[in-house]
Design a binder for this molecule. Structure first.
Ligand code: CA
Length: 224
C-alpha cells in the first residue's frame, strides 16, 4: 500500500512518514502541491494525505486538479476546524478530513478505514502458495503450521511477491513497490532483504518458494 503525504512543514511530514512507514505502508512525501501532482501522475497511490495550507497552490486547488484525472482516496489536513472548510473539501471530492493537531492513532484509523473501502477489488483475503500463507489484514504469515515472524518491510516484500506469484519481478519493480522514493538504489538492500526472507520462509522447508532468476530478478512459485 503506497501513500503520498503532501505537506510543507518538514516536522509534520517526517512524523507522518515515520508513523505510517512503521505501520507497514510505503510513504512518499511532497513539500508542495506541484510536486504532489507530479508524483500522483507518476506513481500508483492508494491514498493521498493532503494538507490544506500549502505554498503556491493550496490543498483545495491541488485536490481540484488531481480530481480531473484521479479517483485516489484523499484525506485533507487542516488547522481550521470550520464546518465550511469541511463541506468545501467534501464537495471537491475529499474522502475524509482531519483537523490539526490530531493524534496519530486517529489518522491511522482513518487511513485504515479508507484503504479497506479500496479492498473490494482485492477479493483475496489470504494469499496462499503451497503451504505458505499470508494474511494482510491480520498481518500474519505462516509456513504450514509455523507462524513466521516478519519485520514490516519483510512483510511488505512477501506481500508483493505473493500478490504476483509466478511472475518474475525485477529489482526495480520490487524497489518501487516496497521502498519509498528516497530509497538509495545503489545499495544491495533488496538482495539482503530477499535472503533474510528466504531464511525465514524457505530454509526449514524442502520445497523452496523464492527463486532467483539470474540477471533478472526474483519469483515466488512452486517448482516441480
Ligand atoms: Ca502546511
Amino acid at each position: 500500500m503506497r501513500i503520498l503525504v503532501v505537506e510543507d512543514e518538514p516536522k509534520t511530514a517526517d512524523y507522518l512518514q515515520q508513523g505510517l512507514t512503521e505501520s507497514g505502508y510505503v510513504v512518499d512525501c511532497a513539500a508542495n502541491g506541484q510536486d504532489g501532482l507530479h508524483l500522483i501522475d507518476q506513481q500508483d497511490y492508494q491514498l493521498v494525505i493532503l494538507d490544506v495550507n500549502l505554498p503556491h497552490k493550496d490543498g483545495w486547488q491541488v485536490l481540484e486538479l488531481m480530481r480531473r484525472e484521479h479517483s485516489t482516496r484523499v484525506i485533507m489536513l487542516t488547522a481550521r476546524g470550520r464546518l465550511a472548510d469541511k463541506v468545501r473539501g467534501l464537495d471537491l471530492g475529499a474522502d475524509d478530513y482531519l483537523v490539526k493537531p490530531f493524534e496519530f492513532p486517529e489518522l491511522l484509523a482513518r487511513v485504515r478505514t479508507l484503504l479497506r473501502r479500496n479492498e473490494h477489488m482485492a477479493a483475496v483475503d489470504v494469499f496462499q502458495v503451497a503451504d505458505l500463507e499470508l494474511d494482510p489484514r491480520r498481518h500474519r504469515a505462516y509456513r504450514g503450521n509455523r507462524r513466521i515472524d516478519l519485520t514490516t518491510k519483510e512483510f511488505t516484500l512477501l506481500h508483493v511477491l505473493m500478490r504476483q506469484a509466478g511472475e518474475v519481478l525485477t529489482r526495480t519493480q520490487i524497489i518501487s513497490q516496497v521502498w519509498d522514493m528516497n530509497f538509495d538504489c545503489d545499495t544491495n538492500v533488496v538482495e539482503v532483504s530477499i535472503s533474510r526472507l528466504r531464511a525465514k520462509i524457505d530454509d526449514a522447508s524442502d520445497i523452496k518458494l523464492i527463486h532467483t532468476i539470474r540477471g533478472v530478478g526474483y519469483v515466488l512459485e512452486v517448482r516441480q
